[in-house]
Design a protein around this ligand. Structure first.
Ligand code: CMP
Length: 138
């Protein structure tokens, strides 16, 4: 069993589709082991996305991710990291496959509805960023 961190981004929360996104992951067989709604400051978004700090889109990304509430969750399942990434689809919604969450709910490469950890190393940084061990309920 593997755990991964998923964020429903501010655009999808504003569209009122957080529940639909959580429901899709439940339908796909994942267990929601932690869940919360939070609003990041720009500084906190910057720390979460530290790995992208040298990218040209970093400032825009941090601005967007702190523009409204997000829903953070930890999902558990077999090969959770790669399966979640398949269900989300390509980073750019216009290139995402039909039926993927980013195709369904994303607007553009920045406002793409969902985030999921891209590797076990990322998950190991991202899960404790939002949740203490006590908040993971299997
Ligand atoms: P995410 O999976 O959350 O990880 C990093 C995010 O950076 C990514 O999704 C995109 O939303 C965002 N991103 C990647 N490339 C660009 C870009 N060219 N312009 C704006 N945002 C981007």
């Amino acid at each position: 069993m593997e755990k991964t961190l998923v964020l429903v981004k501010p655009d999808a929360v504003r569209k009122n589709v957080a529940g639909k996104i959580i429901s899709r992951f439940e339908d796909e067989g994942f267990k929601v082991v932690a869940l919360k709604k939070v609003k990041l400051s720009k500084e906190e978004a910057g720390r979460f996305y530290m790995v992208h700090k040298d990218r040209p889109f970093y400032d825009e990304l941090c601005e967007f991710m702190s523009s409204g509430p997000i829903v953070a969750m930890v999902l558990e399942g077999e090969n959770a990291i790669s399966r979640v990434r398949q269900i989300m689809g390509a980073t750019d919604p216009s290139k995402a496959e039909e039926g993927t969450l980013r195709k369904l709910y994303g607007s553009n490469i920045g406002e793409n509805a969902v985030h999921g950890s891209d590797s076990p190393e990322s998950a190991a940084y991202e899960i404790p960023f939002f949740f203490s061990g006590l908040e993971l309920v299997g």
